[in-house]
Design a protein around this ligand. Structure first.
Ligand code: MTE
Length: 316
């Protein structure tokens, strides 16, 4: 299946480094998401190289966002709420040893060691668009394997309808999980969920690397979820638990602000956030929202059938 070149990538997006060099003055008083820390973040050393075969048919034909932007402008509230906090503080995360428990409504519950997962599934590189609910976007060459391959190993029961994902809970490694940590508002651990058919969709990826390297801590080491037609917050990082359920899971952001963040969180230019439009986005490092947002982030042909007959305004 060929992913069509998305319209938005040919728009008149403007990238002018001079603009973000003076960003602090420019954006004074603006929301934190608009600040691009760039060189100011004391980035961690780049992780080891990781081999993978490019899956051309599932990759956008677009130049990726620069590595230094994708690894210094992050959302990972376990390290703080500022975009440069994860790059500064994620050295406390220990991605080895690491295991992932897969259980719930399955025939064969199992705990997988991260290195076992790396041996079990051939690694693919896929260039996907990442659209954050905060109206910025990046193009990222992920390395990983289809979530469906992992889920198949535990043989889901017929009664399973949803899949719930949980991030590690460890305030020692994640300062943002400590009681009273400044700016931290979420109920820990971070939880996300997908409908079973979304979880089994061939575009849904478990990622263990990016840009030809092992996944950096600030991007969710040692493994995270990537669901390219949904807002970035569905891409839960540093996963330790995957559970099959009958009931729809409640995600962390849904719990925090249900009027703004729904369970589905499909990218949709026609459904605005209560505080801003979702019709346009800024493709980093540009801060101009000059790129038109596309329904399902440009993956309409691949995923629209999952939502046939559903009211996407009600099921946001
Ligand atoms: N996962 C956890 N555990 N904690 C988080 O704060 N932030 C989410 C998502 N996964 C988040 C998370 C949000 S809001 C986004 S946009 C993406 O991660 C950002 O991924 P990136 O930092 O790799 O760009």
């Amino acid at each position: 299946m060929l992913i069509k070149r998305a319209e938005r990538f040919t728009s008149n997006d403007v990238t002018d480094p001079a603009l973000y060099l003076s960003r602090r003055e420019l954006m004074a008083g603006a929301a934190a998401w608009a600040l691009l820390p760039g060189a100011s973040a004391a980035a961690l050393p780049a992780p080891a190289p990781l081999q993978a075969t490019r899956n051309v048919g599932r990759s956008l034909n677009e130049p990726p966002t620069k590595y230094e932007h994708a690894t210094t402008y992050n959302n990972f509230y376990e390290f703080g709420v500022d975009k440069d906090d994860p790059a500064r503080l994620a050295g406390s995360l220990r991605p080895r040893p690491w295991s992932v428990r897969v259980d719930g409504l399955v025939q064969k519950p199992k705990t997988f060691d991260i290195d076992e997962l790396l041996r079990l599934f051939p690694l693919e590189e896929r260039v996907y668009a990442l659209r954050c609910v905060e109206a910025w976007s990046m193009i990222i060459p992920w390395i990983g394997f289809p979530l469906a391959a992992l889920l198949g190993r535990v043989e889901p029961a017929g009664s399973a309808r949803f899949v719930e994902f949980t991030t590690l809970l460890d305030p020692e490694q994640f300062p943002g999980q400590r009681p009273g940590f400044f700016g931290s508002s979420l109920d820990w651990p971070y939880v996300e969920g997908l409908r079973l058919d979304e979880a089994l969709h061939p575009l849904t990826l478990v990622t263990v690397g990016m840009y030809g390297r092992v996944l950096p801590n600030q991007n969710g080491a040692p493994l995270r979820l990537v669901v390219p037609w949904k807002y970035g917050f569905k891409g839960i990082k540093s996963i330790v638990k995957i559970r099959f359920t009958e009931k729809q899971p409640v995600s962390s952001w849904q719990l925090d602000y249900p009027q703004a963040y729904g369970f589905y969180a499909n990218v949709n230019p026609a459904v605005d956030h209560p505080s801003w439009s979702q019709a346009v986005e800024a493709r980093l490092p540009s801060l101009f929202k000059s790129t038109r947002t596309q329904l399902f982030n440009g993956y309409r042909d691949q995923v629209a059938s999952l939502y046939a007959g559903m009211d996407l305004k009600r099921n946001y």
